[in-house]
Design a protein around this ligand. Structure first.
Ligand code: XIL
Length: 563
């Protein structure tokens, strides 16, 4: 749809790509919007076709799955100054067809979703449903309505928003009959409308031939395109820019996600403006997101994220091909007793994903966290791959990745190697076995999560591990550094800046250490943040705070890079 003349005529702004003219007439999103990077969605002459993805998020305790419907992140959303009426034509409905709207898109982690307020309107058979989650209620519905509609495979959905942005009222109708109405609970306080669409039934699908938006009297509605996202270089020297001067070739990186980059221009400026030269795909390439159903590889979202990184001069590290977590339902339901079957699934996944990204992803976490928390007989975690395929899954994974892209650098990634001697000893044993078998492995990722006092990294210890990695003729990368924050009640506590500086300095001093990556940049989207019983607890382990202000750690690292 991107080729439509109206879309091309859109003017450009530095923050968010093309912005449509503020308009009063109807806006036809299907004709003018960019939906090419939406998971599960195909664009064509007959409109948008939405297919069931079955994407879901495995909860941390491994017992259940949370819904993960597709959102338009890289692509079109709306800015509004007040009320609007949206009319969505739904055709050829198989199963449940849902349209989603949000003031800010949800932040998707691999174990939970931070829903920042969303409306989901759906029809299935002869029943319609509207469900509103507010910004503060998180996962819980604050409004919910179910009503009857004429049975049929075609419906017209009308969503009307009236009143002021911070409060407002929603009126939702199907086929122009008996609309339901309820308060919007500040859904559009941001002045933005982000779009989602979901074919929610297994094998279900539907088509959207037309999606019109009309602004209310006195209100303005415009379509905004988030791609291409090129916020440009930021004033002053970023960490990567300093590193490039003092240590050419050394990369500073961060784990990043699509929702934060595309929906937050200030964050995009921080992430893409010179602080980093390497992006790790925080969650986008994990198994449950990339192959949510057997043989259904959904690359569109991750492709956009990787394209944006590369457009802005960032190299890309792929995380992760084989991991015991973030596994889709269908893999967990496979017959565990059949090792050949599981091996086939693992190899197919690796081959397909690595081949798809050959030339775009420079390095991979082929196997993530293979070690047990408390070493068992062979030290290996009894994850689903180890339990079914056996210990050989690691060697087989590396071989498959190497065959798919001989130029990619292949890493095993693990926590605690830098701070816990017995974990490093176990990893060393594993590496020696792999090297002995001629397995094509290039290096080790030291996660360096400093979550509490026990994880504190001592320079000499890290140095010794790095040198032993060099002795094995492997490469090392610091892959997921974050450090719990200083205790505000102890004014002399400056351990956070000290730890960031120590790890960076030690890495720079040891030639084997090729790069240093933070597990995120800002606590606004920090992976040490946590959602517990609907309460969001903001973490404190990253170099920039929730307001995107640099913590002392940033200055400490700048000093290391320039001295
Ligand atoms: C983290 C994700 O970033 C979070 O979004 C998720 O909720 C928990 O997992 N080591 C890893 C990463 O290799 O995959 C983990 O990622 C953090 C620990």
């Amino acid at each position: 749809m991107g080729g439509a003349p109206q879309a091309r005529a859109m003017a450009s702004t530095p923050d968010s790509g093309r912005v449509g003219p503020l308009r009063r007439g109807p806006l036809d999103l299907v004709a003018t919007g960019d939906f090419t990077s939406v998971a599960g969605l195909e664009t064509g002459v007959s409109g948008l076709t939405v297919r069931n993805l079955g994407r879901a998020i495995l909860t941390e305790d491994g017992t259940g799955y949370l819904p993960d419907p597709p959102w338009v992140l890289a692509g079109t959303h709306l800015t509004i100054s007040g009320g609007f009426t949206m009319t969505v034509e739904l055709r050829d409905i198989g199963g449940e067809a849902a349209v989603l709207l949000a003031g800010r898109p949800p932040i998707v982690y691999d174990e939970f979703v931070n829903d920042r307020g969303s409306l989901r309107v759906s029809v299935a058979g002869s029943s319609a449903r509207a469900r509103l989650v507010s910004a503060t209620s998180r996962q819980r519905a604050v409004e919910q309505r179910t009503w009857s509609v004429p049975a049929g495979s075609a419906h017209r959905l009308t969503i009307q928003f009236t009143g002021t942005l911070g409060t407002g009222t929603l009126r939702i109708g199907v086929d122009d009959r008996d609309p339901v109405s309820f308060p919007a609970h500040g859904l559009f306080a941001s002045g933005q409308v982000w779009l989602g669409m979901e074919a929610a039934t297994v094998n279900g699908s539907f088509r959207i031939p037309s999606w019109q938006v009309i602004s209310a009297a006195g209100s303005k509605v415009a379509a905004v395109d988030t791609t291409p996202l090129r916020p440009g270089d930021q004033p002053g020297m970023g960490l990567q820019e300093l590193a490039t001067v003092s240590h050419p070739g050394f990369l500073i990186g961060a784990a990043l996600s699509a929702s934060s980059l595309y929906s937050d221009p200030a964050f995009a400026r921080l992430a893409l403006g010179g602080q980093i030269g390497l992006m790790t795909t925080e969650n986008a390439l994990k198994f449950q997101f990339i192959q949510p159903q057997r043989g259904l590889y959904e690359f569109r979202e991750a492709d956009a994220l990787i394209q944006t990184a590369r457009d802005n001069g960032l190299a890309v590290h792929g995380h992760t091909l084989v991991f015991g977590e973030a596994i889709p339902r269908w893999v967990r339901a496979l017959p565990a007793a059949d090792p050949t079957h599981m091996l086939g699934v693992m190899i197919d996944h690796i081959r397909t994903v690595v081949t798809h990204y050959a030339g775009r992803v420079r390095s991979w976490d082929v196997v993530n966290e293979p070690l047990a928390d408390d070493p068992t007989s062979d030290g290996l975690r009894r994850n689903i791959w180890r339990r079914t395929i056996g210990a050989r899954y690691i060697a087989d994974a590396f071989t498959a990745a190497h065959e798919a892209d001989p130029d990619a650098k292949l890493f095993v990634n693990e926590y605690g190697l830098e701070a816990h001697d017995e974990r490093w000893a176990t990893m060393r044993g594993l590496l020696e076995r792999l090297i002995g078998q001629g397995v094509p492995i290039d290096g080790v990722g030291l996660q360096c999560h400093v979550y509490d006092g026990e994880d504190v990294i001592v320079a000499d210890n890290l140095r010794r591990v790095l040198r032993e990695i060099a002795d094995l003729e492997l490469t090392a990368r610091i892959s997921e550094l974050d450090v719990f924050g200083d205790n505000p009640r102890i004014p002399t506590d400056h351990h956070q800046a000290e730890q960031f500086a120590t790890v960076l300095r030690t890495c720079l001093e040891e030639p084997v250490c090729e790069s240093l990556t933070f597990w995120g940049l800002s606590e606004r989207y920090g992976s040490t943040s946590w959602l517990d019983n609907g309460q969001l607890e903001i973490g404190d382990g990253l170099p920039w705070d929730e307001q995107l202000r640099p913590l002392p750690a940033v200055n400490a690292m700048r000093t290391v890079l320039t001295s």
